[in-house]
Design a protein around this ligand. Structure first.
Ligand SMILES: [Zn+2]
Length: 160
């Protein structure tokens, strides 16, 4: 099956697309999602990774833990090239158990020796509270999370 999408796509928009397959060439309405858009970009793109980097060991032997905020351009902030560091991200750039798990693998199996914890201004995690966020989820779903939200009030305090 081959799906033909318009060259310019807006996620969340319905498009009539041509679906070609040996069995039945048809046209149908589909809603293009952001995932569809990224898959189309991948298919059209030329850069599918860093095949020139010969090893998973970061050449600078360093890991950065930072927030998942889409505005943070980690490569640009540090002038990085592919293969130089590990980048670990989560909401708030918090050293959760899972981040510690990844850092342990990074240091014990992939030879990193330094860690930078990088926070940023206007972090969304400073706008929620532990109980407030859990209350909101419980009201909407009927389930109260057992995990910690890891909200913080002051971004400077969050890296201490
Ligand atoms: Zn943030």
């Amino acid at each position: 099956m081959h799906v033909i999408l318009p060259a310019y796509r807006l996620p969340g928009t319905r498009y009539e697309v041509e679906i070609k397959s040996a069995a039945s060439p048809t046209a149908q309405e589909v809603t293009v999602t952001a995932t569809d858009d990224l898959l189309a970009r991948h298919t059209a793109g030329l850069d599918h990774g860093a095949p020139g980097v010969p090893t998973p060991v970061p050449s600078l032997h360093l890991a950065v833990l930072t927030c998942m905020d889409a505005r943070i351009k980690v490569f640009d902030v540090f002038g990085l090239k592919h293969g130089e560091i590990h980048i670990l991200r989560n909401a708030g750039g918090v050293a959760t158990d899972d981040m510690l798990r990844s850092l342990a693998i990074s240091q014990r199996k992939l030879q990193t020796r330094e860690v930078i914890v990088m926070q940023h201004t206007s972090c969304g995690m400073a706008t929620v509270t532990e109980d407030g966020f859990k209350d909101e989820l419980e009201q909407d779903t009927g389930l109260r999370p057992t995990w910690a939200v890891e909200a913080f009030r002051d971004v400077t305090d969050s890296v201490r």
